[in-house]
Ligand binder design. Structure first.
Ligand code: ATP
Length: 249
């Protein structure tokens, strides 16, 4: 079943008139685990933000389960489609309060909420000692894990992840990817993940969208991906862009 569909979507910068995203068309089915790759500045974050309605396309349309995103009320939409930012904020809450909050919103009974929270603490290997801490006492990687636990407590249908492993060590990065893969397979959670670490995507995602300068240049199913070539292509574009920048008058 198609869950997300982009139809000729473009996004214009709010300042200046540069095109951040240009004419994107693709569909994602429920339970797909899609990697979003491309050089720095290609538009990955901007694309994820569109799906969560943090901005809207300047042209074209995005559909969620067949409905135009703009026709759906934003608050319930953001419980079904959760975006995990690259450097998530826990606001002024302790870890414990941040984890309880989404369950309170859904009126989950207290003892059930506690047991849900414990399950995710274990699955994400979050120690109990973090519970009384605020974000000031957590590293970015630790915050990413707590924010992911909070997102998963909402049991979203779609999970949008912006570089969720950027601040994790290799062991935690691999564990997190395995956990997400099982969520996609077992619970049919649809995952769209921007990630520079192709080695982590390689063993987990079922498809890769390759963005370059705001355009979708390749849409690759897992079996047809040449990971070495993809890595080279991204590196080469980044180098060319850095050179162009240095030689600009
Ligand atoms: N509100 C905005 N107004 C103007 N330009 C913007 C705005 N938001 C993003 N951009 C520009 O759009 C382009 C895409 O940015 P985006 O953050 O989506 O890229 P990215 O692929 O996620 O990059 P990275 O991998 O470095 O995180 C960049 O050139 C950025 O400077």
């Amino acid at each position: 079943m198609t869950q997300l569909r982009f139809e000729q979507v473009s996004l214009q910068a709010t300042v200046g008139n540069a095109q951040i995203l240009q004419d994107l068309s693709f569909s994602i089915a429920a339970g797909e685990f899609v990697g979003l790759v491309g050089p720095s500045g290609a538009g990955k974050t901007s694309l994820l933000r569109l799906i969560n309605r943090l901005s809207d396309p300047s042209q074209g349309c995005i559909y969620f389960a067949g409905q135009d995103l703009r026709q759906l009320p934003v608050v319930p939409l953001r419980r079904q489609i959760v975006l995990l930012a690259q450097e998530p904020k826990l606001l002024d809450m302790t870890v414990e309060a941040a984890l309880q909050y989404p369950l309170q919103l859904r009126n989950v009974e207290r003892s059930q909420a506690e047991s849900h929270i414990q399950t995710w603490l274990e699955r994400l290997q979050i120690p109990q000692s973090w519970l009384p801490r605020t974000e000031l006492a957590l590293s970015v990687g630790q915050r990413q894990r707590v924010a992911l636990a909070r997102a998963l407590l909402l049991e979203p249908q779609v999970l949008l992840l912006d570089e969720p492993t950027s601040a994790l060590d290799a062991g935690n990065g691999t564990r997190l990817m395995e956990l997400l893969k099982s969520l996609a397979e077992e619970k049919q959670v649809t995952i769209l993940m921007a990630n520079h670490q192709l080695n982590l995507l390689q063993n987990t995602c079922s498809r890769v969208l390759y963005l370059q300068q705001g355009r979708l240049v390749q849409d690759l199913p897992q079996g047809s991906i040449d990971w070495t070539q993809l890595h080279q292509a991204i590196l080469q574009t980044e180098q060319q862009e850095a050179q162009a920048w240095q030689t600009e008058p």
